[in-house]
Write a protein that binds this ligand. Structure first.
Ligand SMILES: Nc1ncnc2c1ncn2[C@@H]1O[C@H](COP(=O)(O)OP(=O)(O)OP(=O)(O)O)[C@@H](O)[C@H]1O
Length: 594
């Protein structure tokens, strides 16, 4: 893990190294200049008291004043440079990290997303990144600075008085050991606190996105209680952490106080006995005080190290997630003809769960329309998701072909361009309608966008909005009706010009008449596409060239509408339930459904 952390840090440090080196240099210069100040005081005091080695200075005290001002000015300049360097290094590092995580999360498979809560992912990509940035850049710099300060200060102190220096040195391991013990104590509590924060963010995020469901079902109290429970747990953990930190700082202050008092008492005695000059005593006391905080700060850094260690592991969890296989070895070929689709003995289950598809086989000739009907949870969407490899079919559990290639051999990018899909719950970005439709074909002209929207029967509705295609869609399209959202998602997919189009219950939110008109428009404009329609509505599917009936993940029936209504199977039963005699006559008149 340690080497992983180092590798991860080095990777994200790209472009930040020179800023970090600059910040380290400037910080060391500030420290060196600050270490000079006690020496200036020492010479000045000893010259004034007549015990100094340079009596000449007494009549030229302005020189000391000038040096003091120059040192302070230089120190200020280096301090400024150090801060700028730290900010540049820190932000470059954090930006690299966020960018890399974001792009990685985008490529993680659906199965990974299924097992990870959104709030937690957000927290890992934001607060955990901040903790690591703070540690790697700010704290690491502080470690360099403290090491240098300790070396310089002890050098100066040993040159003045060995005995006193050894006393101060004796305190260093006590403080560091004490900090290390504290670090061990606090590490686990930080993990708990971070996890509690993730859970809290998830509740907030779920409530913000699902606000309508909460209101509609009067779940405010339940959600408030749930939030309160997480909030209390989170607060308790931080109170525990605060108590522990308070104990640390309290005992730490006591040790520090002892260190200062010991130096003052023994230093004063040494000065009285003439073993050191008053100037040296003052300088010594000054070094001792300067050292106290950075050494104690090491404790803080150690405790932050535990926090950073936890954050490293949390971020590493994302980094370790295996990205979707892009099938790089596959040959890329442009296909002009309509694409056949074939499922051959496909078995599938999500993770360790029960089998969702069992021995599913069917063939869709290129350019034809294929309907899939089945009860809820029968595996219809799963077929669509396997086709686009949102989920991967396990080796040895059947084969899926698009054209004459197995889906595993088609680069993902190419496959998803070839197979367009309108999901059951269409997601719209909080951007304009135009941008939402254009997402599948960036750079498309308004003309092309409108053409797609016309086929999806949504152009009139969009033009009816005051801002037309520039109308902003709220988060998840809250300003639009369910049917409008579905139709915009259809327009987005149509613009993609895919060779295979999959409509996963995509017309469920529009009325039967609009459903019919959209299907007619689709037929008129389909060119050489293979179409898969998933629906619960017989009217949506009845005109398809073949209809597959799924029952608990198995192929129950397969045939044309006419063949299936001749039988006594599920299709016939659903047909009887969904259609009254009158409807049947009407539907026959309407070009046979699709
Ligand atoms: N990501 C997932 N992880 C685990 N199980 C899943 C996942 N998605 C679906 N399932 C399960 O797989 C089964 C089939 O789901 P699928 O969505 O394919 O059904 P469906 O026929 O499309 O249903 P509906 O008509 O309700 O949309 C269901 O039992 C469902 O609970």
């Amino acid at each position: 893990m340690k080497s992983r952390k180092i590798r991860m840090t080095a990777q994200f440090f790209n472009g930040a190294k020179r800023y970090f080196a600059g910040a380290v240099f400037a910080s060391l210069m500030t420290t060196a200049l600050n270490a000079l100040t006690p020496q200036i005081f020492r010479f000045t005091i000893d010259s004034v008291l007549g015990s100094g080695k340079y009596p000449y200075l007494l009549s030229h005290l302005w020189i000391m004043a000038l040096i003091l001002v120059a040192v302070a000015a230089l120190s200020g300049i280096f301090l400024y440079m150090g801060r700028v360097g730290t900010a540049l290094a820190g932000e470059t590092f954090a930006r690299n990290m966020r960018e890399s995580l974001f792009s990685h999360v985008q490529k993680l498979p659906m199965s990974w997303h299924d097992h990870n809560q959104t709030g937690d992912i957000i927290q890992r990509c934001t607060s955990d990144v901040e903790v690591i940035r703070n540690f790697v850049v700010t704290q690491l710099l502080e470690v360099f600075r403290t090491a240098f300060l300790v070396a310089v200060s002890f050098g100066m102190m040993f040159s003045m008085n060995r005995k006193l220096s050894l006393i101060v040195l004796g305190f260093v391991p006590v403080v560091v050991l004490y900090s290390a013990v504290f670090y061990r104590l606090i590490a686990r509590r930080f993990t708990d606190a971070d996890e509690a924060e993730g859970e809290l963010s998830t509740v907030v995020q779920e409530n913000a996105t699902g606000v309508r469901v909460v209101r509609a079902f009067g779940r405010e109290k339940f959600e408030m209680d749930r939030f309160q429970e997480k909030n209390d747990a989170f607060a308790k953990l931080w109170i525990k952490l605060g108590t522990l930190s308070g104990l640390y700082w309290g005992v730490g202050d006591l040790i520090t106080g002892l260190q200062v008092v010991t130096v003052i008492v023994i230093g004063a005695v040494e000065a009285v006995y003439g073993n050191i000059t008053v100037g040296e005593f003052v300088a010594f006391a000054s070094y001792n005080t300067t050292l106290v905080w950075p050494i104690r700060g090491l404790g803080r850094i150690l405790s932050d190290m535990s926090k950073a260690g936890v954050s490293f592991e949390r971020v590493d969890y994302i980094v370790k997630g295996e990205e979707e296989a892009y099938g790089q070895n596959a040959k890329k070929e442009e296909c002009e003809k309509a694409l056949d689709i074939r499922f051959s003995h496909v078995d599938f289950s999500y993770g360790e769960g029960k089998e969702v598809l069992s021995d599913v086989s069917f063939e869709i000739p290129g350019g034809t329309t294929f309907g899939i009907l089945g009860g809820t949870g029968s595996g219809k969407s799963t077929i669509a998701q396997l086709l686009t490899r949102l989920y991967e079919c396990e080796k040895g559990k059947g084969k899926i072909f698009v054209g004459d290639r197995e889906v595993q051999d088609i680069p993902l990018e190419e496959l998803r361009k070839m197979v367009g899909m309108v999901l059951q719950e269409p997601f719209l970005y909080s951007r304009t309608i135009r941008e939402n439709i254009e997402a599948s074909a960036p750079g498309a002209s308004l003309e092309e966008i409108r053409q797609a929207a016309k086929i999806a029967c949504v152009d009139d509705a969009i033009m009816g909005f005051p801002d037309g295609y520039d109308t902003l869609v709220g988060e998840r399209g809250v300003t639009l009706s369910g049917g409008q959202r579905q139709r915009i998602a259809i327009a987005r997919m149509l613009l993609q010009n895919a060779k295979v189009m999959v409509f996963d219950d995509s017309l469920s939110a529009v009325d039967a008449q609009t459903d019919y008109v959209i299907r007619k428009e689709l037929l008129k404009n389909r060119k050489d596409t293979t179409m898969i329609l998933i629906s619960h509505r017989i009217t949506t599917l009845m005109g398809a060239d073949q209809i597959l009936v799924l029952n608990h993940g198995r192929v129950e029936e397969l045939g044309t509408h006419e063949q299936l209504i001749q039988g006594q199977g599920i299709y016939r039963k659903i047909y009887e339930i969904q259609m009254s005699q009158d409807d049947r006559k009407k539907v026959k008149k309407q070009d046979g459904g699709l």
